[in-house]
Design a protein around this ligand. Structure first.
Ligand SMILES: [Zn+2]
Length: 143
């Protein structure tokens, strides 16, 4: 997952501070240039998800770590830079903190996993572009 940010040092530190609190989650980051921001970080997370990380660019952010593990790390990233952009600038996965909070239905904070976290959410449509997990309180909004 590519993170574009004007605060690459702070964001990188926030990533490692967050993963230190998450058992079995390990971050790998590499630094890149960004046309839109001061820099970009390519982040991959090993975690407790089911799928194995292929290491392939663009393979998807649910691979390796669970959706909740990614969510906590993103909370830390946006705490460090609320204007960071995840994904590509043209087609962002999260275009800043407000967008991230809404899309993840205000589930996460940087302190650790939600109490009802589990390995793989069972997403069920709950209206146009909104899904909730049938097994916990997680929700996501694609609009
Ligand atoms: Zn769930």
């Amino acid at each position: 997952m590519r993170i574009h940010t004007d605060k690459p040092d702070e964001v990188r530190q926030a990533i490692y501070d967050a993963t230190r609190k998450l058992p079995g989650v390990y971050a790998t980051t590499t630094s890149h240039g960004s046309r839109s921001h001061a820099g970009a970080i390519e982040l991959s997370l090993e975690g407790n998800g089911r799928a194995k990380n292929t290491g392939q660019y663009g393979a998807g952010y649910e691979i390796g770590a669970t959706w909740d593990e990614w969510g906590v790390v993103f909370a830390a990233i946006f705490d460090a830079d609320s204007d960071a952009v995840a994904g590509s600038v043209k087609r962002p996965v999260y275009a800043g903190e407000v967008d991230y909070r809404r899309k993840t239905q205000y589930r996460f904070d940087a302190d650790g996993l939600p109490e009802d976290t589990h390995q793989r959410h069972a997403w069920k449509d709950a209206g146009t572009r909104i899904q909730y997990c049938t097994k916990c309180s997680a929700g996501r909004n694609f609009s």
